[in-house]
Design a protein around this ligand. Structure first.
Ligand SMILES: Cc1ncc(COP(=O)(O)O)c(C=O)c1O
Length: 422
């Protein structure tokens, strides 16, 4: 287990217990839940102690509308240093020309880019939600689909991978103002250069949303979009393992527009404690151990997918190149919702997920998404994740037997004790 989880003992929890017993108990309960279950949610991770400490710091007290050196409030000279550190480290980590570390979340990061570049009614081209895209890539229930005319690409039906012929055809037909690459549930390498080429052909801007794979890109395991994209957006809490939050990187040419769209365009005061925590997260991501961690995430996902194949599960697109994969459960006569509930009952936490061209609606789905960032943070390697694949299989095949489920639950607890988080 990495020292960054054990090196400091936070005392803030005991302060909460003195003033608010109810909330203290909720935090303790969540801590127990996290420690006593195995987290296979591809978008989650465990923030290191140092990140938690920054989040719980006095920097939450400071209003700092504006940017370092040009704030709308007095007394910002100290928090300026924190934001500058976060910006510099983010730029160093990804090789970006400009970084805005103020977006409160990944959705806000995407909103900042749209507000910097689009007018209501403009056309955007992104991946459809059911094939693995994100709500903010133009879904009708999201601001992105309500404000803009959104067109979606899907996947190739046979390969279940990105189909650049289809993307090109749609781009030429609809002439979007911006093309969006990136996904929430896509297990294959994304060819950002191809996206950039298509964007160039139709004179569109190109945005890469690397929310899921940011850690892999920082560790140079997945090709970086930086040289190809006008804008790169991300979350900071998934594979990147920082605090919950977002960021936008862009070329110098777009820097002013992005900053203006973020504040005053979309947000007020930045969350300075979160920005400080992002700075800590970036520092940790710049260490050599972080690349080793990312490599292990990918090895673990490949090993687990391989084990599921041996156990006769169909994996969407046939495998994985990154930190996640989606299991198609139709042959096992279960839908995603049932599987999610069965697994949760034994302490295995996954989320239901559409398979490409899913016959089931999004609240039911035909699959589950499995990711390895959190298990890898706990220190697990191939041997352990293969064993966990067997536990998942066992639970899904024997969910009608309470005795069976109870014994799996005990097994899950054993793994949790052997691989503590904090
Ligand atoms: C690809 C992608 N973009 C954006 C987001 C939005 O991030 P947030 O939940 O922080 O708003 C997500 C979150 O799951 C995502 O997967």
């Amino acid at each position: 287990m990495n020292d960054i989880y054990k090196s400091t003992k936070s005392t803030k929890i005991s302060t909460i217990s003195a003033v608010d017993q109810a909330l203290y108990e909720i935090i303790q309960e969540e801590m127990r839940r996290e420690e006593q279950t195995l987290n296979l949610i591809a978008s989650e991770n465990y923030a290191p102690r140092a990140v938690l400490d920054a989040l719980g710091s006095v920097l939450t007290n400071k209003y700092a509308e504006g940017y370092p050196g040009r704030r709308y409030y007095g007394g910002c000279q100290v928090v300026d240093k924190a934001e500058l550190l976060a910006q510099e480290r983010c730029k160093e980590l990804f090789g970006a020309e400009h970084a805005n570390v103020q977006p409160h979340s990944g959705s806000q990061a995407n909103m900042a880019v749209y507000f910097a570049t689009l007018n209501p009614g403009d056309t955007i081209l992104g991946m459809s939600l059911t094939e693995g895209g994100h709500l903010t890539h133009g879904h009708q229930v999201n601001f992105s689909g309500r404000l803009f005319k959104s067109v979606h690409y899907t996947l190739n039906k046979d390969t279940e991978q990105l189909d650049f012929d289809q993307i090109r055809t749609l781009a030429h037909e609809h002439k979007p103002r911006i093309i969006i690459a990136g996904a929430s549930a896509y297990s294959r390498t994304i060819d950002f250069a191809q996206f950039a080429q298509i964007a160039k052909e139709v004179n569109a801007l190109f945005m890469a949303d690397i929310a899921h794979i940011a850690g892999l890109i920082a560790a140079k395991i997945h090709p970086s979009p930086i040289a190809h994209a006008d804008f790169v957006t991300s979350t900071t809490h998934k594979t990147l393992r920082g605090p919950r939050g977002g960021l936008v990187m862009c070329t110098k040419a777009h820097a002013q527009a992005v900053d203006k769209a973020t504040m005053p365009g979309m947000q007020g005061g930045p969350l300075m404690h979160a920005i400080a925590a992002k700075a800590v997260g970036f520092k940790l991501a710049l260490q050599p151990e972080f690349a080793v961690y990312q490599q292990q995430i990918v090895r673990n996902a490949a090993a687990m997918a391989d084990e599921f194949k041996k156990l006769d599960y169909r994996i969407v697109s046939g495998g994985t190149d990154n930190h996640l994969f989606v299991l198609d459960l139709r042959a096992h006569h279960l839908n995603g919702k049932q599987a999610e509930q069965i697994l949760e009952s034994v302490g295995l936490i996954v989320n239901r997920n559409c398979i490409p061209f899913d016959p089931n609606p999004a609240w039911l789905t035909s699959g589950i998404r499995i990711g390895t960032p959190a298990l890898t943070t706990r220190g697990m390697a191939q041997k352990e994740v293969r064993a966990i694949a067997h536990l998942i299989d066992d639970a899904l095949k024997n969910y009608e037997s309470t005795t069976h489920l109870n014994s799996i639950k005990k097994e899950v607890r054993k793994w949790c004790t052997q691989f503590p988080i904090y």
